[in-house]
Design a protein around this ligand. Structure first.
Ligand SMILES: CCCCCC/C=C/CC(=O)SCCNC(=O)CCNC(=O)[C@H](O)C(C)(C)COP(=O)(O)OP(=O)(O)OC[C@H]1O[C@@H](n2cnc3c(N)ncnc32)[C@H](O)[C@@H]1OP(=O)(O)O
Length: 719
């Protein structure tokens, strides 16, 4: 767990050896304590260097240990003892020094960083705070404003920034360990008192209260309802107003309020869920670590609408040659100008040059004959997409992968019109595609494991969080959205307003309430889908009872909104009104209020007061209920995959963990009881009927999310 050697005759070199990130597990803490004791007591040793094996200093505390009782030596006394020692200790930082790893570096008397190293205190992203002295030492070293920013955001910084801030003493392009050993030898003769960060006086700005207040406001606005950043601010205040001995106690008290909180559990779950999601696996046995992806050097995008443009940018900025295809000259020219503008802005922001030379724009599918992969991003119309896939089959070389960006149509039906169904897969990007991190990789029954591996690996290369899902209408994300949207519109019928529902969801932590999100996405998309599925429009049987379709409750208000040409932000009107088409400042619209009142009086609905609790329960439990069905149907392999989709694609708050984790946190029994209650009140809404899997899990004693898989006996997996 830590290797101890004597180098250059008098330097004790302590190497942390806990792959993959040298986390400070209890065994590692124990080994550090033993090695330090040895080094400090050995008269041959005049200085110490601490480094990490495999070019990684330390990724912080072992997060997996947080779930159980804390064992092994506590970190604070261990770190205090290193700092207080009479022999100089130098941290040789390669790779990462994060969280407890950064705190370990802060107690060393000197810090040498490799130029590619990254440092940071990301604890806040895990729902906790840097509780091994980080909130007390960093402000003393770099001042309150800079420390506050790093601690409340959890941002990783480069070695160069760390040098500028005064966190590290030297940045090197050579082997940081070797440089640190030489540095340590030179440090032997120097006094250590000024190098003990905890002994420094915190440089305190005159307007401390105003600064803390401003940061508090900022944090509350950015991370509504999230506890950890606020606790971080209080801990930093202690560094400014108390001696270290008292400040460290305050840090520990604040940590205690966070450590076992639901938010911390949710955020730590998210950390691992995100990593689990990339590890796709098929019932055939093919999985992420035994299926080789193809190398993709060139790609083509068909359709330069909003999605197509974002996909072109995502591909080009990671060095893939892209041919972009449109059907008309004017559309091609508009798309081209927009893509170039997006790439230039993106390159400027990242301080690199725009990869415009990788782009080619064309009106002819014939130009695609040699590309490695095509992503179709045309209008969401099955007949049109089928024509495109038939054409691609003829034009592209037999080995070209054919992908569709459909947001919910049958990927296998598209595969069926091609000459290579095994090379067809869905790549469902989220809008705007160059910004949103989520990619659903939709595996058709005939998609080969190589095809899936290639789509997953391409997603990763583009910086996406890719999740493999099965093929069914709406896949995972949009399939679950339906019951969620339905509940929101039923609540409108019953007496709520769009603003009230959105506020309840935003207070819960969603980036955007359901109506603001729908306005952003465009209301016409769902309208077209409803018309195609016979729920609205001229094909609906006039004998249908009002507010009922296909044997179940139906709310026609969204159709009525669209009939007025209100398609959301792009038309300047939707569930809200905006200053102009494309405007983003949503204001409640009295016309919507009138529409709701007229609608309710037409159908004799007596509006009632609806509590925020009912809004949250009906929307979120209906959402999770569909998630349980998706697991039963084998459309998602694990609850973590569903949660990752909702975290990265639909703005579900990370401190809630995602719909499935949230259900387990609320208690599956409670979710079941509330769904039964609401289903009894609304028997014509099948989505409120508790799913068999939910019932089964409750009957099995509500196991934790990570164990649900053991209870899912999928008859026929779609993955
Ligand atoms: C003991 C209680 C005392 C409390 C006082 C001290 C408190 C200290 C608080 C902390 O230190 S909290 C931890 C702070 N550190 C982090 O948040 C870092 C988390 N890790 C990362 O950001 C990344 O993993 C990385 C280090 C930048 C490496 O990224 P990379 O993309 O190269 O690899 P990954 O796929 O992310 O990770 C590889 C593998 O390692 C697992 N892992 C990473 N970090 C930790 C960790 N700190 N603890 C446990 N496990 C970790 C990760 O889950 C992957 O494994 P998997 O099996 O594939 O899931």
């Amino acid at each position: 767990m830590a290797r101890y050697e004597l180098v250059k005759r008098s330097v004790a070199l302590i190497t942390l050896t806990n792959p993959p990130v040298n986390a400070l597990s209890s065994a590692v803490r124990h080994a550090i304590a033993k090695s330090m004791e040895h080094a400090l007591n050995d008269p041959k040793v005049s200085a110490v260097v601490i480094c990490g094996e495999n070019g990684r200093f330390c990724g912080g505390a072992d997060i997996r240990e947080f779930a159980g009782p804390l064992r092994g030596p506590p970190l604070v006394p261990l770190l205090d003892a290193i700092e207080a020692g009479e022999k100089p200790v130098v941290a040789a930082i390669e790779g990462v020094a994060l969280g407890g790893g950064f705190e370990l570096a802060l107690v060393c008397h000197y810090r040498i960083a490799h130029f590619k190293a990254r440092l940071g205190l990301p604890e806040v992203t895990l729902g906790i705070l840097p509780a091994a002295g980080g909130t007390q030492r960093l402000p003393r070293l770099i001042g309150i404003p800079a420390a506050l920013e790093l601690i409340t955001t959890g941002r990783h910084i480069s070695a160069q920034e760390a040098l500028k801030l005064g966190i590290v003493d030297q940045v090197t392009e050579q082997n940081a360990c070797e440089v640190a050993v030489e540095f340590a030898l030179r440090a032997v003769a120097k006094p250590l008192s000024s190098r003990r960060v905890s002994m420094l006086t915190t440089p305190c700005p005159p307007d401390l209260d105003a600064l803390l207040e401003a940061v508090t406001m900022q944090v509350k606005k950015k991370a509504r309802g999230v506890m950890a950043p606020l606790a971080c601010i209080q801990a930093v205040r202690a560094a400014a107003t108390m001696p270290y001995s008292k400040g460290i106690k305050r840090e520990s008290e604040l940590m205690a309020t966070l450590f076992n909180s639901g938010q911390a559990r949710a955020l730590q779950y998210c950390f691992f869920a995100q990593r689990t999601a990339g590890k796709w696996t098929l019932p055939s046995g093919a999985q992420w670590n035994n299926s080789k992806p193809r190398e993709i050097r060139s790609a083509a995008i068909i359709g330069l609408g909003t999605m197509g443009r974002g996909i072109v940018v995502s591909l080009a900025r990671v060095g893939i040659s892209v041919i972009a295809v449109e059907s008309e000259k004017k559309l091609l020219e508009t798309g081209k100008q927009m893509v170039i503008g997006m790439l230039e802005r993106d390159a400027k922001r990242r301080g690199v040059s725009a990869s415009l030379n990788l782009l080619k724009f064309t009106l002819s599918l014939q130009d695609l004959k040699d590309v490695d992969l095509v992503i179709e991003a045309v209008f969401e119309d099955m007949a049109l997409k089928k024509r495109v896939f038939q054409e691609l089959s003829k034009v592209c070389r037999p080995a070209t992968l054919l992908c569709t960006n459909t947001s919910g149509l049958d990927v296998d039906a598209l595969a069926g019109v091609t000459d290579r169904p095994h090379l067809v897969v869905g790549m469902h990007f989220f809008s705007p595609a160059h910004v949103m991190k989520l990619l659903e990789v939709v595996c058709g029954p005939r998609s080969s494991s190589e095809t899936i591996a290639t789509a997953m690996s391409l997603g990763k290369r583009m910086g996406k969080v890719s999740v493999a899902v099965g093929n069914c209408p709406g896949f995972v994300g949009n399939r679950m959205l339906k019951p969620y949207l339905d509940q929101a519109t039923f609540l409108l019928e019953e007496g709520a307003t769009p603003e009230q529902i959105d506020k309840a969801l935003e207070d819960f932590g969603f980036a955007m309430g359901v109506f603001r999100m729908s306005d952003l996405a465009g209301l016409d998309v769902g309208w077209r889908v409803r018309k195609e599925s016979g729920l609205t429009g001229p094909d609906v049987d006039p004998k249908n009872p009002p507010r009922r379709r296909q044997g179940r409750r139906y709310c026609p208000i969204p159709d009525m909104v669209c009939e007025q040409g209100r398609f959301g932000q792009k038309t300047g009107r939707g569930w809200y009104m905006y200053d102009k088409p494309g405007g983003t400042n949503a204001k409640p619209d009295p016309l919507i209020q009138n529409l709701l009142e007229m609608y309710r009086s037409r159908y004799g609905i007596q509006p009632r007061n609806i509590s925020d609790q009912e809004i949250i329960e009906r929307c979120l439990f209906a959402l999770a209920n569909e998630g349980f069905r998706i697991l039963e149907d084998g459309i998602a392999a694990r609850p973590e995959d569903i949660d990752v989709i909702y975290l990265f694609g639909y703005g579900f708050p990370r401190h809630g963990g995602g719909p499935m984790f949230y259900s387990s946190m609320v208690g599956l029994e409670r979710v079941l009881e509330r769904l039964e209650h609401y289903h009894q009140a609304h028997p014509d809404v099948p989505h409120l009927e508790p799913s068999p899997l939910l019932k089964k899990l409750v009957a099995c004693g509500s196991p934790p999310v990570q164990k649900w898989r053991e209870h899912i006996k999928t008859m026929h997996s779609h993955l």
